[in-house]
Design a protein around this ligand. Structure first.
Ligand SMILES: NC(=O)C1=CN([C@@H]2O[C@H](COP(=O)(O)OP(=O)(O)OC[C@H]3O[C@@H](n4cnc5c(N)ncnc54)[C@H](O)[C@@H]3O)[C@@H](O)[C@H]2O)C=CC1
Ligand SMILES: CC(=O)[C@H](N)C(=O)O
Ligand SMILES: [Zn+2]
Ligand SMILES: [Zn+2]
Length: 350
């Protein structure tokens, strides 16, 4: 395929990005070219857009942004025999080596040589994009592209929620950003009850209720730990899921989880965190899980089945849909202001 295409490019090592015409890429050995049908913004894209400390340490400009995607394969590179033209795919963002100690122990999600597209190489905020064939995930033809694009972050949420037993378990979630909202949807679909959500943004507390949260609390106005204890008759919750990356939320969640309960930590903290490990973890004998990426490939099977089951209440989470990329700056600013759930672009819709 020859020609030019619009793409959202991090052109300079500074705040923002630009919509520019770039060459449609050619798939190399082991790669496929997809027509991007839907692509969604992740919190990591926002870090890159804002050009925070982490982004400055990791991103090489100029680079096409984005890593959440659903598309149709339009060209395959040399040596590709698992994927063919016409396949409808999404993509695992972690490109793993298959050779390191972690990969040899089937822990691909923590491969020591992970490269992430849209982070370490050109991404998918464009009309066409390159995906390594080893990272392609085939979608059922009837899965809406906006749902298919959400499978990657849904994978983070699934690994967070389903790190242990959840059916009938009382659950406390801190942070109802896009990922926390997906976590609420997964927890409810998996039978957690009650699901109690702590979130300072009123817009996102309302979204959390729409997605299925049983209780919501504003941690900036009332003590979420007391709120949880009142609901659980002083026992605390069986499960604490951290989706905010706020140090205070972490401490509150560890106080709110019942002794012997379990904890999943997905949120990334802005700096090192100090808290009373002896009394909040050790003497409570908590089971604590660090969550990153997605288990390859079982998490993708779980996500796809959950979406096809119709039990995931995703529609309230997709708050903004844009045809083309023209209004991408509006999209990023709204997300930055915490006034969105998931934001999806449809590059070919006019
Ligand atoms: N471990 C991993 O593999 C990945 C981790 N992440 C991280 O997961 C986190 C969630 O991602 P997004 O939803 O996109 O982030 P986000 O920043 O949009 O959402 C975080 C939410 O936490 C809320 N919050 C802030 N302080 C709080 C407090 N004290 N108590 C309760 N809620 C509070 C904010 O209002 C916001 O709605 C981020 O830290 C992100 O960097 C994202 C992708 C992958
Ligand atoms: C880097 C990312 O934001 C990505 N969603 C991931 O799972 O690693
Ligand atoms: Zn992401
Ligand atoms: Zn590896």
């Amino acid at each position: 395929m020859e020609g030019k295409m619009p793409a959202i490019v991090k052109t300079k090592p500074a705040y923002g990005a630009e919509l520019v015409e770039v060459d449609i890429p050619k798939p190399g050995p082991g790669e496929v070219l997809i027509k991007v049908l839907a692509t969604s913004i992740c919190g990591t894209d926002l870090h890159i857009y804002e050009w925070n400390e982490w982004a400055q340490s990791r991103i090489k400009t100029p680079q096409i942004m984005g890593h959440e995607v659903a598309g149709e394969v339009v060209e395959v590179g040399p040596g590709v025999d698992t994927i063919q033209v016409g396949d409808y795919i999404s993509a695992e963002t972690h490109i793993v080596c298959g050779k390191c100690y972690a990969c040899k122990h089937n822990r691909y999600h923590v491969c020591q040589n992970t490269k992430i597209f849209g982070v370490d190489m050109d991404g998918v905020f464009a009309e066409y994009a390159i995906v390594p064939a080893q990272n392609a995930w085939k979608n059922p033809k009837n899965m809406p592209p906006e749902y298919a694009s959400l499978q990657e972050p849904l994978g983070n949420a699934v690994d967070t929620v389903l790190a242990g037993p959840i059916v009938g378990r009382s659950t406390f979630i801190t942070g109802a950003g896009p990922l926390g909202l997906l976590g609420i949807a997964v927890a409810k679909a998996a039978g957690a009850y009650p699901v109690i959500v702590s979130e300072p943004s009123e817009f996102r507390r309302k979204l959390a209720k729409k997605v299925g949260a049983d209780y919501v609390v504003n941690p900036f106005e009332e003590d979420p730990v007391k709120f949880v204890m009142d609901i659980t008759d002083g026992a605390g919750v069986e499960v604490f899921l951290e989706f905010s990356g706020a140090p205070k939320a972490l401490e509150q969640g560890l106080q709110a989880v019942t002794p012997g309960g379990r904890v999943s930590l997905l949120g990334l903290f802005p700096r090192e965190v100090t808290f009373d490990v002896n009394n909040l973890v050790i003497f409570k004998a908590l089971e604590v899980h660090g969550i990153t990426g997605r288990h390859l490939w079982e998490t993708w099977y779980t996500v796809s089945s959950l979406i096809q089951s119709g039990k995931l209440n995703l529609d309230p989470i997709i708050t903004h849909k844009y045809n083309g990329f023209d209004k991408f700056e509006e999209a990023f600013e709204l997300m930055r202001a915490g006034k969105t759930g998931k934001v999806v672009f449809f590059p070919h819709k006019k």
